[in-house]
Design a protein around this ligand. Structure first.
Ligand SMILES: *Cc1c(COP(=O)(O)O)cnc(C)c1O
Length: 357
């Protein structure tokens, strides 16, 4: 079997060595004589795995004291409502950077008043709003942002520090580069973009914010429940957490987040350069100062040409180049596990396709 060059947006490419380890160890987890999916989440073997995962995450992200790390289910979309259920008391402020931010606003609005503190809508979400353009109202509980906008290929380069608790959906750039965790009060990520299979969410919550969480909501919606029960109030998604553990070891072995960022910048430069040298044959959707390291979005002259591009790519084993259905165009997602070589092959293909047309 020959593996393809995988540019899927999520679920997406995973490190080959991790896939091989998972396959090798699948029938016998840690000398238990059982698979990871066959053991109790109350067993010592699982408890050790989860503790190791949290310790590794603290190490890799340099998470300071005063933060809790929990594993949750329901994907990024459950967090769209869970953050509101817990922390929306007076008003929630949102920076609207596209579909995912809008969904978070809609879900949180169920629990109280919310407003758009800034929006990139006028520019087709091709640019992250300037921090100066964020307008906060009185009695605002928190500011909510989406660090990387998977669909549009935009990413915050600097985060807003406006004296309010900062809540961030980092689903599509989690562990792609170092972040200063102390700047955030709640940072969450569905793991299926950059760090594992679908099924688990990692949430990093500052204790001071957790203390303010509402208690008049269902137990399963409270972050407190998962903190107090160490993510095992009910059965956690053990396989996904196990996989995340393996990916964290891979990141740690490969130089941590600093090395991830260097490699991700190198990869992104390779693909963006193919756009920039094309004399408008490929038109990047994101403004240059908002470009994502994870999702490179671009258009060709017509939808027909885009279709031909995606098909010609697939014929060369370049998979997943079709843009999100809400935006159209093309997109190459180049998460941590996508190799430099894959980006070089893509850039070569882009040059070649352009010359042929
Ligand atoms: C994919 C994605 C989501 C949605 O995740 P689900 O797990 O499918 O609910 C949310 N936010 C961002 C930024 C995403 O990229």
């Amino acid at each position: 079997m020959e593996r393809v060059y995988n540019f899927n947006a999520g679920p997406s490419a995973m490190p080959l060595s991790v896939l091989q380890t998972v396959q090798r160890d699948f029938l016998d987890f840690n000398h238990t004589g059982m698979s990871i999916v066959e053991i109790s989440h109350r067993s010592a073997a699982y408890q050790e795995l989860q503790a190791d995962t949290i310790a590794l995450l603290k190490k890799v992200m340099r998470i300071p004291v005063g933060y809790h790390i929990v594993f949750l289910q329901g994907g990024g979309s459950m967090q769209f409502l869970m953050h509101g259920a817990n922390f929306l008391k007076r008003r929630g402020a949102y920076v609207n950077t596209g579909v995912w931010a809008t969904k978070a606003m809609e879900a949180a609005a169920f629990f109280g008043p919310i407003y758009e503190a800034a929006s990139g809508k006028k520019e087709d979400f091709g640019r992250i709003p300037e921090i100066d353009a964020i307008h906060l109202q009185n009695d605002t509980d928190y500011l909510y942002i989406t660090s990387n906008n998977t669909i549009y290929g935009t990413e915050w380069q600097q985060y807003p520090h406006l004296g309010l608790p900062l809540i961030c959906d980092a689903s599509s750039d989690f562990l792609a580069r170092p972040v200063h965790v102390a700047d955030f009060d709640l940072l969450y990520a569905g793991v299926q973009k950059n760090v594992g299979p679908a099924g688990a969410v990692v949430a990093i919550i500052k204790d001071t914010l957790l203390q303010q969480a509402r208690t008049d909501i269902p137990v399963m919606l409270q972050y407190r429940t998962f903190v107090e029960h160490d993510s095992t109030y009910n059965t956690p998604p053990v396989f996904a957490i196990y996989f995340v553990n393996q990916v964290l070891h891979w990141i740690d072995r490969n130089g941590g987040l600093t090395a991830m960022e260097i490699r991700n910048r190198q990869k992104a430069a390779i693909v963006y350069d193919a756009i920039d040298r094309s004399n408008g044959f490929y038109r990047g959707h994101a403004a240059v100062d908002s470009r994502s390291l994870m999702n490179v979005t671009f258009r060709l002259a017509t939808p027909e040409l885009e279709k031909a591009f995606v098909a010609a790519g697939a014929a060369r084993r370049l998979i997943g180049l079709k843009g999100h259905r809400s935006l159209g165009g093309c997109r190459a997602s180049i998460y941590n596990a996508v190799t430099v070589e894959a980006c070089e092959v893509l850039a070569e293909f882009m040059d070649e396709f352009r010359k042929r047309r």
